[in-house]
Design a protein around this ligand. Structure first.
Ligand code: NDP
Length: 248
């Protein structure tokens, strides 16, 4: 069988890079999307992963823009062949209490975190159905499950991602296309490093595991869900949060 191809949006970020690394170690060719390859030094990102033996590539795309995603999909399929595994990781925060939130902060977070999942998945789901195999994994957040102060936009977007997951899981089940959500708790990346120290410390104090998670904790679950023999797991949300929020 040809090497499987995995597309990871935001695959150059803190969590995304580790997802690319672990999928690459499992033998997938991994391609990340990025907004601006030069600005984000994607050549350096690729060289680092290649040096570890990971078959990694990148393509520019704004996941908030449907036409940009359509162009990206054509480029990826021409250069690398059909995409078997799609991991929707790209995300941003623009926190503010709702009574102070402007319309731009609402729209940007909904566009990059939630509308992106439609914009990107729509490009690949037809091919996955035709080939009878696909793995779609959406990275949401514990804050989509619980809500969080200052994050009406982010919590709504992340909760919406799982609604998308459940509905598409039903549509894809007979076509070999699984769709699942992974909901990280607080993970040690630039996104959480940007939080004020006292806020971060107060959050860690509430985590039963007593620490933040590592990107590898999330990547391990993605690798598991992406596997060829994970075909009966679909429509699930897998929390990875150190016990911060337990539910069933
Ligand atoms: P990073 O900020 O490190 O990575 C975010 C990625 O999203 C970057 O690669 C960035 O690309 C990409 N991105 C942002 N906007 C766009 C856009 N318009 N088009 C294309 N790509 C875009 O964040 P993390 O690795 O920490 O987070 C990854 C995911 O995990 C996010 O969805 C986040 O919400 C979620 N998450 C993170 C948690 C944490 O504690 N860190 C907790 C729970 C969920 P570029 O570099 O080109 O800008």
């Amino acid at each position: 069988m040809a090497e499987r191809v995995a597309l990871v949006t935001g695959g150059n970020g803190g969590i995304g890079t580790e997802i690319c690394r672990q999928l690459g170690q499992s033998g997938y060719r991994v391609i990340t999307t990025c907004l601006d390859a030069e600005k984000e030094n994607l050549a350096g990102w690729q060289a680092e992963l290649n040096a570890e033996g990971v078959d990694a590539a990148y393509v520019e795309c704004d996941v908030a823009d449907f036409e940009s995603c359509a162009r990206m999909a054509r480029q990826v399929e021409e250069s690398h062949g059909p995409v078997d595994v799609l991991v929707n990781v790209a995300g941003i925060t623009k926190d503010a209490f709702l009574h102070k939130m402007d319309a731009d902060a609402w729209a940007a977070v909904l566009n990059v975190n939630l509308n992106s999942v439609f914009n990107v998945t729509r490009q690949f789901v037809v091919g996955m159905r035709e080939r009878g195999f696909g793995r779609i994994i959406n990275i949401a957040s514990v804050n989509g499950q619980t809500g969080q102060f200052g994050q009406t936009n982010y919590s709504a977007a992340k909760a919406g991602m799982h609604g998308f997951t459940m509905a598409l899981a039903k549509e894809g089940a007979r076509k070999g296309v699984t769709v699942n959500t992974v909901s990280p708790g607080y993970i040690d990346t630039a996104m959480t490093a940007a939080m004020p120290d006292d806020v971060r410390e107060a959050i860690v104090a509430q985590v039963p595991a007593g620490r933040m998670g590592q990107p590898a904790d999330i990547a391990r679950v993605v690798r598991f869900l992406a596997a060829d023999d994970a075909g009966y797991i679909t429509g699930a949300n897998i929390p990875v949060n150190g016990g911060l929020f337990c539910s069933f």
